[in-house]
Each structure stands twice: as C-alpha cells, then as structure tokens.
Design a protein around this ligand. Structure first.
Ligand SMILES: NC(=[NH2+])NCCC[C@H](N)C(=O)O
Ligand SMILES: [Mn+2]
Ligand SMILES: [Mn+2]
Length: 301
C-alpha cells in the first residue's frame, strides 16, 4: 500500500441523475461522519480537493424527457473528469464521494484515461445498464454503467473525449437484485459477469469475492470500485433514494472490502447514493466511512 499512502478526495454533491433531493448532501454527510479523521488515524496523508460545483438550473431542463437534466449532468461529468485526471497526475488514491450514481460517468472518464484495461466492481442493488430507450424512469443514475460501455446518448458516452471507457468483460456487478428487462438483455448479450444476491446467498460472500478478485486481476491493470450504498440491505443503510429489500449485509460488505484490501487490486473508489434526508442519524454515511476504512486496509486486530 506504500505508493497509495496519499488519498485524494473529490466530492460531487450531485442529485440531478434522479428525482429525490438529498443525495446532494452525501459528500457533507460523509465528511461530517469523520471520513478525513478516520483516514488520517489510519496513517494516510489526505488531500481534500473539495466539491465539484453543481449547476442546478432553476427551470429544471428535460424534466419530461428520457434523460432528465441531461445538460447539467454533462457539465458536471466533464468537470469531474478533468478534476480527477489532474488529481491522479498528482498521485494518490482517488476517492470520490457522491452524489447520485450518475457521477461515475465523469469519474470513470477521468480514471480510465490512466489505464489500458480498467476493471470495475459495481457493488449495487441495480445494474445501472439502462439507456434512454430501456430506462423505466428517465433517471440518468440508472444508466452510468451502460454509458461507460459506450452505450447511450453520444454527449454522455463521449465525456472526456474517448469512447468507451470500459470493456464488458472487465466489469463485475455484485449485489444486484433489481434488474430491468433491457438491462437483463444487455448483460446476456455482452456476457457481463454478475453476482446477484442469489449467488451471494448460495455460495457466500467469500467465494464471490475470491472469484471476483481472481477474474479481475487476470485481465485488468487497475480496478475502480463503484460502491452504491443501496447494495447494502436497507435495514443497515436506509439513507438511499432507491432502496431494495434483501440486500447484502453489513458484515458481508465489510468482508468484501477486507478481501479487496488484502488483494491490493483496487486503484480508485467512489461511494455514492448516500441520502442524509432519508437516513437515520447519519447511519448510512457512518457505514460508508467504515467501509472505506476496511477497503483501505483497516483491520480489527
Ligand atoms: N444508481 C441507482 N440507484 N440506480 C437506480 C436505478 C433504478 C432503475 N433501474 C432505473 O433505471 O431507473
Ligand atoms: Mn447505482
Ligand atoms: Mn443502486
């Protein structure tokens, strides 16, 4: 972990990829829960680049269309891409705080520039593989993984100036339990590796993570962890906009992070969809901080 002694934090207080307000307060909630203090106590040098400015237009463009707030999401994505690209050049482990999951359009655009074969672990109740055509909601936070594969609106897929950012065979989705029809088709068509809740129930998180680590370390030169807090069961993490019952437990998620730390394959991460308005006493942000700590190598003994 020595070359990753420095952690570079970028906040993205964006809620334009979906309709419920509150997820824009995610970065503050995670900072308030003690993220910087925790990382410093673990011995890391922490550089906080602050938040990307969000331009919420007063008349709410594209509300009725299939890509809600398209122009605003493009702008934020470009800015995040540039900011992360710069941060990576200065060194350190990039840690992005969301914001709704549409932020990964910009984050992966900035990160993938630095790798030939970037892998992604998409830890999520959802697959986020919709396009405007298949989306049941028009919410861009249900589309970022498809966009990173180069599928969807050209103005989104070309963020950062190149398409695609990811190859389907370099993605592993973990924790999925709410998959739309179009997403299911795409998963089959592209052969994307998915460990649904069924596999986690059946084989246990240990086997799922062993497979994931083995699969990705063979074929990638860096791995980005995109952690949507709604992967975790809402019993533990109620502060999310699109909760789905029957999720990953708190312990299983720690185990997953600890196994990733041990494997040393993760080269960047983001924690998204924390919504303090829907939360109980900042519990979901607290869990996010604990998981970041485990991911970065914190051990019980
Ligand atoms: N990042 C998320 N929480 N995504 C939820 C997506 C929900 C649904 N599949 C949609 O496309 O609208
Ligand atoms: Mn998601
Ligand atoms: Mn989700």
């Amino acid at each position: 972990m020595d070359e990753q002694k420095k952690i570079s934090i970028v906040g993205v207080p964006m809620d334009l990829g979906q309709v419920r307000r509150g997820v824009d307060m995610g970065p503050s909630a995670m900072r308030y829960a003690g993220l910087l203090e925790e990382l410093k106590s673990q011995g890391f040098e922490v550089v906080d680049y602050g938040d990307i400015p969000i331009h919420r237009s007063t008349n709410g463009t594209n509300q009725e269309q299939k890509l809600r707030n398209l122009q605003e999401v493009i702008k934020v994505s470009e800015e995040l891409c540039t900011e992360l690209d710069k941060a990576i050049n200065k060194g350190g482990f990039p840690l992005v705080l969301g914001g709704d999951h549409s932020i990964s359009i910009g984050s992966i655009a900035g990160i993938s520039k630095h790798y030939k074969r970037l892998g992604v672990i998409w830890y999520d109740a959802h697959a986020d593989l919709n396009t405007a055509e298949t989306s049941p909601s028009g919410n861009i936070h249900g589309m970022p993984l498809a966009i990173n594969l180069g599928l969807g609106h050209k103005l989104l897929t070309k963020i950062g100036g190149y398409i695609p950012k990811l190859k389907p065979e370099n993605i592993v989705i973990i924790g999925a339990r709410s998959i739309d029809e179009g997403e299911r088709k795409l998963i089959k068509e592209k052969g994307i590796k998915v460990f649904t809740m069924h596999e986690i129930d059946r084989r246990g998180m240990t086997a799922v993570m062993e497979d994931t680590i083995h699969y990705l370390s063979d074929r990638t030169d860096g791995v980005h962890l995109s952690f949507d807090l709604d992967a975790i069961d809402p019993i533990y993490a109620p502060g999310v906009g699109t909760p789905v019952l029957g999720g990953v437990t708190y312990r299983e998620s720690h185990l997953a992070m600890e196994m990733l730390a041990e494997s040393e394959i993760v080269t960047s991460a983001e924690f998204v969809e924390v919504n303090p308005i829907l939360d109980h006493k900042n519990k979901t942000a607290d869990i996010a901080i604990e998981l970041v700590a485990s991911l970065l190598g914190k051990q019980l003994l």
